[in-house]
Design a protein around this ligand. Structure first.
Ligand code: 26V
Length: 799
């Protein structure tokens, strides 16, 4: 075999390396290789081409003694990696040629990769987009998280209701990671604290080992690569030989099973966080391992521990790693001997906290009892931190520990240099609601960093048709400078551009149509408006309002079947947390409505409902480029930002939305004419909720809503079980906390406005194109630049 350098980016070299890996890394004869074997072989050949820029980046960060960023997140919802790496390295044609030479279908090979679902939704996907941007910008950074053996559950539907199955992405070889047996830390739990020479010493009663697994994250055009380091839990001693020798084989394997439990499974965002010791163990496990790794790296390079904040910036992705505060104080004070106040302030200057939700049920708190039991030294430090905070702020009325619970948001806030919200509206609410007192005590600490999404995955890779049109129109370079999309604006009214823009969308819709046919057996009309709502199922996101509108439309079409209706395909995607009953009922209702509407001959070509199961990153990559309309219909004040909303706008789907989260900024940028606004504002929603009988009144005032609710209540969609949706009916009639009834008519009208405009393809095409041309600001590159400037005080490295 010839010895061309491994970084040879030609197609022939890639083909050669793929063949070589197939044979020598996996021991497969090409004659018998399956799609999976070829996929793994190609992955290693591509990975080889990442290693060099990765080493180069690591060396550059060390050589310049640069300040580094550490992003601590319980979740990284990264999805598939092969196509992303190929796109970032610009190896698309080469990889395709290599596959052709080997006689394998490139697309089938890409589709064979499992979707790494190490996250629940928005928060985890944001972390993944941030990794991409950190590498693209050349910011020296590292992501830290947990290497879950099982990601988010797989969703199937049985007679319309959701069934969860374990997800097992690691049951096949994972091509992208490097196991680092040497990078291991012992992480303790339980035990006692003893005083020794005036210092507190924690003696844990139990321990596990955290072992590092590194995945290189390559940026755009392969110029820089950072590391995602995920921790797996291992036992401190592998095997109890004494027990084995006396024949107790199960007990002998116990330590291994016990330890591995910690990194076994990702928790779905269930409604209660109480009583789940394992979850707290997971949080401490990955946070402590990460902090120790950070300190080891810092002390390799520097000796003065007090200068830590000048070289290290740690970002806490929500409160899940908030135990980083006390852990860092423990290391600085107990282990390095800094006086308590100095240790606390040094830790605070190093840490920053991002808030991602203000929903009361989603704000983390832990019982003091559990904390004393599991982390006795940390609980004592939390008391001391709280006392330190109170001493410095005598006007304070709120403490971190309240009625026997530790509020992690308060802890994270007190121990942060900067606290940020994720959209302009959300940041205002952070300042005026949950954290109002802390904000008054610390003016300037709370800042906004509106979320963003990576255009490499969410436009270049998932929508090649539109991407090619953009490049043909404005040239290359926009992929890492997304505001250049504004250069499309002068072309929007060119007949040629408009036609090509529409053709790109139509091609994506046809492709999605054949996928839906294959996946759920539904035949769709490609001329119908593809109206898409994809996100976790939550009451505040109001999928229920969308289904009610679907029912209403079905009823209206049945009443006037001869009318010229604008055809619609309602597409839903999303999982309900296994313990969230109402969300599961909504899932069931969507499926039940689909099964009635889709067989109604009067609906043919006019209205259909598609709910493909197991929504994940890969499905989003398929649905978003084919969407005509983006449903972002949360109750105002409840969606912190949303990021799907940005992906749709970027791919030329106007938003049907409330003034919530980043919708506000999307509307400001794309223009009010290119956005379907409806619904109450945050203030109006607050007020309405206080108005007695608001739901009853809204229902009485709307014959359409009355009829739609009546239909679900009398079993129109559940003839086998007519009472099935009485619970949902009661929620709507009695409390309607999320104001579905109050917003329904306004939503209906906005939908009919959309129908009207959709009938004029030129007018719709303009709106769609304006959405693409004006969404450049929503690149996560812009977001990360904001974090670098306003929070971390770090510079990008020119390599
Ligand atoms: C968690 C829980 C857990 C208990 C039950 C109710 C509930 C509701 C929501 C959550 C979400 C927790 C954090 C999260 O994922 N927030 C999302 O973060 C995105 C990135 O900033 C943002 O775009 C979404 O608006 C926000 O919901």
């Amino acid at each position: 075999m010839d010895q061309a350098p491994i970084t040879d980016m030609t197609g022939s070299a890639l083909a050669r390396d793929m063949q070589r890996h197939l044979q020598f890394s996996f021991g497969k004869d090409p004659a018998h290789a399956q799609v999976r074997d070829w996929r793994l072989a190609l992955s290693l050949a591509v990975r080889d081409r990442i290693v060099e820029p990765w080493f180069k980046a690591t060396r550059a960060a060390y050589a310049g003694h640069h300040k580094r960023v550490y992003y601590l997140s319980m979740e990284f919802l990264i999805g598939r990696l092969l196509e992303d790496a190929i796109v970032n390295l610009g190896l698309g044609d080469e990889a395709m040629a290599a596959c052709a030479e080997a006689g394998v279908d490139f697309d089938a090979l890409l589709a064979d990769e499992p979707d790494a679902a190490l996250g629940n939704g928005g928060l985890g996907r944001l972390a993944a987009c941030f990794l991409d941007s950190l590498s693209t910008l050349g910011c020296p950074a590292m992501g830290y998280g947990i290497r879950y053996e099982h990601g988010l559950f797989r969703q199937t539907f049985h007679h319309g209701h959701q069934v969860e199955q374990a997800e097992a992405w690691l049951q096949q070889p994972h091509a992208w990671e490097f196991e680092r047996a040497e990078a291991s830390f012992e992480i303790g739990f339980y035990g006692d604290v003893r005083e020794e020479d005036g210092r507190s010493v924690w003696e844990p009663g139990d321990a596990v080992v955290a072992r590092a697994y590194d995945t290189p994250i390559i940026g755009w055009q392969g110029r820089w690569a950072n590391t995602l380091r995920l921790w797996g839990a291992k036992p401190t001693k592998l095997f109890d030989l004494a027990r084995f020798n006396v024949g107790d084989f199960n007990a002998a394997a116990e330590p291994e099973a016990q330890a591995r439990t910690i990194s076994r499974v990702l928790y779905p965002d269930d409604t209660t966080d109480q009583g789940r010791e394992l979850r707290l163990k997971q949080e401490y496990f990955f946070t402590a391992a990460s902090i120790r790794d950070i300190m080891r790296r810092y002390l390799d390079e520097y000796s003065d521990i007090r200068k830590l904040p000048t070289k290290v910036a740690i970002q806490l992705n929500d409160t899940h790693p908030a135990i980083a505060g006390p852990e860092l104080v423990r290391i600085l004070h107990d282990e390095h001997g800094l006086p308590f106040d100095e240790a606390a302030e040094t830790a605070r200057l190093t840490l920053n906290y991002t808030n991602h939700t203000l929903l009361p049920e989603a704000l983390e708190s832990w019982s003091e009892g559990l904390m004393w039991h599991l982390l006795p030294r940390h609980m004592r430090l939390i008391e001391q931190i709280d006392d330190w905070h109170a001493r410095n702020h005598p006007r304070r009325t709120r403490s971190t520990i309240d009625h026997g619970v530790v509020r992690m948001g308060d802890l994270a806030f007190a121990m942060a240099n900067k606290v940020n919200g994720v959209s302009a509206l959300h940041t205002d609410l952070v300042k005026t609601t949950v954290f109002a007192e802390q904000h008054k005590l610390h003016p300037g600490r709370v800042i906004n960093q509106t979320n963003g999404v990576t255009p490499r995955r969410w436009l270049v890779a998932c929508n090649p048709g539109l991407s090619n049109l953009i490049t043909d129109t404005i040239g290359t370079g926009w992929e890492a400078d997304l505001e250049r999309l504004s250069e499309l604006e002068p072309h929007i009214d060119d007949a040629g551009f408009a036609e090509a823009f529409a053709a790109a969308k139509r091609a994506n819709k046809i492709e999605l149509g054949s996928w839906l046919k294959e996946e759920i057996g539904l035949t769709v009309n490609p001329d119908a408006m593809f109206d898409v709502q994809i996100k976790r199922i939550h009451e505040y996101k109001r999928q229920l309002m969308n289904v009610l509108e679907t029912i209403s439309l079905w009823q209206a079409i049945r009443e006037e079947p001869e009318k010229d209706w604008t055809p619609r395909l309602k597409i839903f995607g999303g999982k309900a947390a296994p313990g969230y009953r109402t969300a599961k009922e909504i899932v069931h209702l969507i499926n039940d409505v689909a099964s009635v509407v889709n067989v109604d001959p009067l609906m043919r070509g006019r209205l259909a409902v598609a709910y493909p199961p197991n929504y994940n990153v890969t499905m989003a990559e398929r649905l978003i480029p084919a969407a005509d309309l983006s449903e972002q219909i949360s109750t105002a004040g409840k969606e912190a930002s949303g990021t799907g909303n940005m992906k749709f706008a970027l791919n030329g789907a106007p938003t049907m939305g409330t003034l919530d989260g980043a919708n506000v900024e999307i509307r400001d940028l794309v223009g009010a004419d290119n956005f379907f606004l409806f619904g109450l504002t945050t203030d109006e929603a607050e007020e309405r909720r206080e108005t007695p009988g608001h739901a009853t009144r809204a229902i009485a005032a709307s014959p359409r809503l009355t009829a739609a609710i009546a239909a679900i209540e009398k079993g129109t969609f559940s003839p086998d079980d007519p009472a099935r949706y009485h619970g949902l009916g009661r929620i709507l009639r009695d409390s309607d906390y999320f104001l579905v009834c109050s917003d329904f008519d306004s939503y209906w009208q906005a939908q009919r406005r959309a129908d009207e405009i959709y009938r004029d393809p030129a007018a719709w095409g303009r709106m769609a194109a304006f959405n693409t041309a004006r969404s450049g600001w929503f690149s996560s590159d812009r977001t990360i630049r904001g974090y670098m400037r306003d929070i971390w005080d770090v510079e990008a490295i020119d390599s």
